[in-house]
Design a protein. Structure first.
Lengths: 492, 103, 627
């Protein structure tokens, strides 16, 4: 049992332990959740430090036979991208536990589901076997469904079921894709599939069809227009911790999947259909940004901004140059941190003011200065002001996508996408103006500012955002081998 | 003329049909239970007959029949218990009135 | 030049950064003595200022360019390699001195102006960050790093305009400033990615040498420079992206002096100057720069004629002067534009400080509520007059010399633009002295008794007044221009007095004094009633005082009607009605069809058995038939 397996299963063990704790002992429940998310965080930090950046490739691999009859194995391992995402997930899970510290409604079940969620997301990032990947992909639905449906707000049942149906819809396509690959190449192993030349084999389905099966599966998750409408509902109605996990780490599964499978296994199809997908990316960015501007619910606004930001991921991925791939990977991580922070601070805001409509909020900067400052930092990241990770990520996407030699139409799409930063500035600045600035309202005179613990976990995210923004080498180092070897598929 | 396989099978089929008819049309749950027993008995006859005429050396059919009898006994016990519980709850065992399992 | 230790050059932007860190991150440091926040920032800037002066003298002495390679920042294989390195050339050195000196004086002035503010640490923290980013901007050797500093100064400007965030207009102005400059940044960023994709580098020096070697195609240079200029238009508030600057006057006045008069708004001019070797390869762009500059100069000047808020007049005057600088850059080259930037920084900062001083004692910016302040605030009056004379371009003030060069290059190249520039010069003189007469002469209408500001505010003004007089003499020997472009030098006596032997000098002096005289006649002697003039020329008056309705056009029509309730609303409705609608309709279809089909589920077990039986029968029959 390697470290990676420990990271992967620690949370679920924690969840089982929590179930065994008597319901009356809330303190013990919380501390168990705390410990069992802290350990994976520490371990993944350790892995992040000890990953060999020189040799790259999959490291910390573990292999065990699972279902020999169909050649499915328990095969896990990480490269730079998945390791970064693992670290992001463990960090956000840990923070989610802290965010939910005050949960009073059935805390035992809540934390158990939260921990199970962590394991399932981690599983997606570390699996090197497609069947294992798929199972973790689908398991994740169950905890998220309950987290939204039981601890959510608003139309929570509707949102929860919508989320589940959408993901199942995408998952069905993905399963078909996995089967198609399996019946073509006879293996579920990602590593083996990387080395397989499908054109030499009898294909179960045309390769383009398989590519799109996977693409749709991931597009639902990312989300890509027109499969995006689950996102605002789910993010808005979910409890804060679940929103953080959803926006911060769960939708990254889509981008990760596209990188690993759509690009890694189908380079020719990816190149061939790149213009179409880039067009979708532009729609995501511009259309998503425009709709964000029209939102009146602060949480929904942040949710919609994710649609726009994930468009940059799509743009970077399918521009297919080394730099753009780096940008997309950076954007995955950076958006996780920034949106995680924004949802965390919005959760505090809504909790303290009991108000979520932007029009009814206003002038809070005087009453809750620290909260305002944290929100400003998150907003600054979301509109890609230099110094934050958002800037590095987006500017790298732009530079890479514009200068790509693989997709000839990419420069045009990149230029249109640049308006995304204008839209981001518009909605962030407007939100800041309407919610925090302007004359203070007496209704909010007695609103509490952030507590020490809230300061700490927001502070962690703030530090991460600026650390990457000011010293991007921190994370580019580990991503470099991944994107470099990926870019070789199109001749570097 | 000694009875052949077909006679036994005809008997079995007739008994089965009677049981089936009763199961479908009777309204009393107890009667339906009895009809199911008749159907099981019909199957037993068929099993034993096949065994006797086709593979006389091996006693597979007989063995199966005994299984069926055992299972039928268990089934009657549970079935009657359910009917009893049902009667206590709803004061009727008329199947037309017991249709809670619908849309 | 090589005798300068690199570390000291790094300290120039580094010290304000340290000050920012101390003030913002270690919030509790000076909790009870908030004025100490100011001292920390001032000390840091003062040290930077001394270093900058020293660098400038070294540059003048050795006149070579110092390139500090710096360290890797954003690298990916051989695809991209962005280093944070520094260029120290004459342009940088001049800008360093401008930025640090004005910043230092403004910070000292702020001690008095912001006295009693609760958020001293926030104020000084952002001023420090601004100073750092501005210094970084002028020193950076890389377009991406420049863009970063560019955005950070924008963010600081946002924070400082919205310093009194509880006031709705201030908060709105902050948003507007950030957003409109972002429109310009859109062009800048596009230019950066265009340059990167065609040259593979972002290093300014490498780009210049590649362009000089003819390795970059002309079309690309034109588009790239136009993009860069768009960025400059946003930051330097050029028409049509000028609307944010007048609104930005909602910020504290020292901030207006530093950011919105002397330094940040001049960053656009600096950017064009920095990238001038690239601009030189595109006549189209240079012409665009000159034309936009000329239009902006005249256009903003006309609005300044009719404003009643003293800061608004100064704001439009700044826009107009920035247009002048652009005009100078487009027609005359780096030295001409930057020289005006240099002198303008001092006298405009001075004028803003004067306005701040007036506001400090009268509590208003509305000139109609002022008057007769000359006796009550003698220092402010004296320095303000000097600033106004300098801005109006009266010999031998600084403004005269720098304006003269722009006019000269305009006359040599573009007669139309020369006329525009001359008209602007006339208006500049007129509106500045309109301010002077309305504010300082006549009867005092202020309800409170005005008084002279404290020494802490007066001293920076006096220093700036001295600079506003003599900053122009730096180029008397041609030495200033000589730093920037190789130019033949001449004696300083000739520079200061000999210039009067040119007819152009007399023309511009005549025009400027004409403007002053007209203002004197209208607002001091009241020979001509301003009311009558405005009713006589009601059409231009209405247009000017409504600022050509450009704010309305942008905010109400484009922003609100076209985009917000038009396009974006359409998108939003499309999203909820079509996209989400289809999804919900599919779900509802399933539900309603289920509603019908579920009737089959009667709950009667015997019926199910019957169906089962029928099913078996059908299958058996089919099986039989198939056989």
């Amino acid at each position: 049992m390697g470290i990676l397996s420990i990271i992967l299963f620690m949370p679920v063990i924690g969840a089982l332990l929590i179930v065994l704790i008597p319901a009356s002992n809330v303190r013990l429940t919380k501390y168990t959740a705390f410990v069992f998310t802290l350990i994976p965080l520490m371990l993944s930090l350790y892995l992040f430090g000890s990953y060999d950046r020189m040799s790259g490739g999959f490291q910390f691999e573990e292999f065990a036979q699972w279902i020999p009859a169909i050649n499915a194995n328990y095969h896990i391992g990480v490269d730079g991208l998945s390791l970064s995402l693992v670290l992001l997930t463990t960090l956000l899970s840990f923070i989610s536990v802290l965010v939910s510290w005050k949960t009073s409604f059935r805390p035992r079940a809540f934390f158990a589901w939260l921990l199970l969620l962590e394991t399932s997301i981690l599983g997606v990032f570390v699996s090197l076997d497609l069947l294992l990947f798929f199972i973790f992909w689908e398991i994740e639905l169950i905890p998220m469904y309950f987290l939204i449906a039981l601890w959510g707000s608003g139309r929570r049942e509707y949102s929860a079921i919508k989320y589940v149906l959408y993901t199942l819809f995408g998952g069905a396509f993905m399963l078909a894709g996995i089967l198609s690959l399996y019946f073509t190449a006879g293996t579920f192993s990602v590593v083996e599939l990387y080395q397989t030349d499908f054109s030499l084999l009898a294909q179960a389905l045309p390769l383009a069809a398989t590519f799109f099966l996977f693409f749709i599966g991931f597009a639902v998750k990312l989300p890509v227009f027109p499969f995006h409408t689950w996102l605002p509902d789910a993010h808005t109605d979910a409890p804060t911790a679940a929103s953080i996990m959803l926006a911060g780490s769960l939708i990254k599964m889509g981008g990760y999947g596209m990188f690993r499978i759509c690009l890694g296994l189908f380079p020719d199809e990816a190149q061939h259909y790149a213009p179409l997908i880039l067009a979708l990316a532009v729609v995501n960015i511009v259309y998503g940004g425009a709709i964000t501007l029209k939102q009146t619910d602060i949480k929904r606004l942040i949710a919609y901004s994710s649609v726009s930001h994930m468009g940059f991921v799509l743009l970077g991925l399918f521009a297919l140059s080394e730099l753009s791939l780096l940008g997309a990977s950076l954007q995955l991580i950076s958006h996780g941190l920034i949106t995680g922070l924004l949802f965390a601070v919005t959760g505090i805001l809504i909790h303290n003011t009991h108000e979520r409509h932007i029009k009814k909020l206003g002038g809070l900067a005087r009453q809750v200065p620290v909260l305002t400052a944290i929100f400003v930092v998150g907003g600054v990241g979301a509109m890609a002001v230099p110094g934050t990770s958002g800037f590095i990520a987006e500017v790298t996407v732009f530079l890479g996508a514009f200068s790509t030699s693989v997709v000839s139409s990419a420069p045009v799409f990149t230029l249109i996408s640049l308006t995304g930063i204008l839209l981001a500035a518009a909605y962030i600045l407007t939100t800041l103006l309407k919610v925090f600035f302007g004359p203070p309202k007496p209704t909010f005179d007695h609103v509490h500012d952030v507590t020490l613990m809230e300061k700490i976990y927001c502070g962690v995210l703030v530090v991460c955002i600026f650390a990457i923004g000011l010293y991007p080498k921190l994370i580019i180092d580990i991503l470099e081998p991944v994107v470099a070897s990926m870019a070789l598929l199109w001749g570097g | 003329m000694a009875p052949g396989l077909e006679h036994y099978l005809i008997l079995s089929a007739v008994l089965f049909s009677i049981g089936l008819f009763g199961t479908v049309v009777k309204r009393s749950a107890v009667l339906i239970l009895i009809c199911i027993e008749i159907m099981l008995a019909a199957v037993n006859i068929a099993l034993v007959a096949f065994s006797r005429f086709i593979t006389p050396v091996e006693l597979t059919g007989q063995l199966f029949a005994i299984f069926v009898i055992v299972v039928a006994a268990a089934e009657v016990a549970i079935g009657l218990a359910i009917i009893l519980a049902l009667y206590r709850q709803r004061h009727t065992i008329d199947t037309k009135k017991i249709d809670l399992l619908k849309w | 030049m090589s005798n300068i230790p690199e570390i000291l050059i790094w300290l120039i932007p580094g010290l304000p950064l340290v000050s920012f860190g101390l003030l913002l991150l270690v919030v509790r440091l000076f909790r009870n003595r908030s004025v100490w926040n100011g001292y920390v920032a001032i000390m840091a800037t003062a040290a930077s200022f001394c270093l900058s002066i020293w660098v400038l003298f070294n540059i003048i002495k050795s006149s070579e360019i110092l390139l500090i390679p710096g360290f890797d920042w954003l690298t990916l294989g051989n695809v991209i390699n962005v280093k944070i390195g520094l260029i120290v050339d004459p342009l940088t050195a001049i800008m360093l001195v401008v930025v640090t000196s004005v910043s230092l004086l403004v910070q000292i002035y702020s001690l008095g102006y912001m006295h009693g503010s609760k958020s001293f640490n926030r104020y000084y923290a952002f001023i420090s960050l601004f100073t750092m980013a501005m210094l970084g901007l002028v020193m950076a050797d890389n377009l991406l790093v420049m863009f970063m500093c560019w955005e950070i100064v924008g963010f600081c400007s946002y924070q400082l305009i919205g310093f009194w965030f509880h006031r709705q207009p201030a908060a709105r102005a902050a948003r507007k400033a950030f957003f409109i400059t972002r429109i310009g940044d859109f062009g800048f960023l596009a230019a950066i990615i265009l340059i990167f994709s065609s040259t593979g580098t972002l290093n300014v020096m490498e780009i210049h040498s590649m362009a000089a070697a003819g390795l970059v195609s002309g079309t690309i240079i034109t588009w790239a420079t136009l993009g860069i200029f768009m960025g400059a238009m946003g930051k330097s508030s050029q028409f049509p992206l000028h609307t944010w600057l007048p609104d930005a006057m909602e910020g504290p006045t020292p901030v207006s002096a530093l950011i919105h008069a002397a330094t940040m708004v001049a960053a656009g001019v600096f950017l064009v100057a920095r990238m001038y070797p690239l601009f030189e390869h595109s006549q189209t762009t240079l012409a665009t720069v000159a034309i936009i500059g000329g239009i902006t100069a005249l256009f903003a000047g006309t609005i300044a004629l009719v404003m009643n808020d003293i800061k608004k007049v100064l704001a439009y005057s700044t826009i107009s002067q920035l247009g002048y600088m652009m005009l100078g850059l487009g027609l005359g080259g780096v030295a001409v534009g930057i020289f005006h930037l240099f002198t303008h920084a001092f006298f405009k900062a001075l004028l803003f400080m004067g306005a701040g001083s007036i506001n400090h004692s009268t509590g208003t910016f509305d000139m109609r509520k002022m008057g007769g302040l000359a006796r009550l605030m003698p220092w402010t009056f004296a320095t303000f007059i000097i600033g106004s004379l300098s801005l109006a371009g009266i010999w031998p003030m600084a403004g005269f010399f720098s304006k003269e060069e722009i006019l000269a290059s305009a006359m040599a190249n573009q007669p139309v633009l020369f006329v525009l520039a001359l008209a602007t010069a006339f208006m500049t003189a007129f509106y500045m002295f309109r301010v002077v007469f309305m504010t300082f002469t006549g009867r005092c209408k202020s309800p409170v008794k005005p008084h002279e500001s404290g020494r802490i505010m007066v001293i920076p003004m006096v220093v700036l007044a001295v600079l506003a007089i003599c900053a122009g003499w730096f180029n008397a020997t041609g030495g200033f221009s000589g730093l920037l472009v190789s130019d033949k030098a001449h004696g300083w006596l000739y520079g200061i007095f000999g210039i009067l032997s040119h007819p152009l000098a007399w023309i511009s002096l005549l025009v400027a004094s004409g403007g002053i005289l007209l203002a004197w006649a209208m607002y001091y002697k009241r020979w001509i009633s301003p009311l009558k003039v405005s009713s006589r020329f009601w059409a231009p008056y209405v247009i000017f005082s409504h600022k050509y309705w450009i704010d309305e056009l942008y905010e109400k029509y484009i922003g609100q009607k076209l985009l917000n309730s038009g396009l974006f609303n359409l998108f939003n409705r499309f999203d909820s009605i079509v996209i989400d609608g289809v999804v919900n309709d599919i779900a509802n279809l399933n539900l309603s069809s289920g509603k019908i089909i579920r009737r089959v589920q009667s709950g009667n077990l015997q019926l199910y058995a019957l169906f089962f039986l029928l099913g078996v029968a059908v299958i058996s029959i089919l099986a039989m038939l198939a056989r």
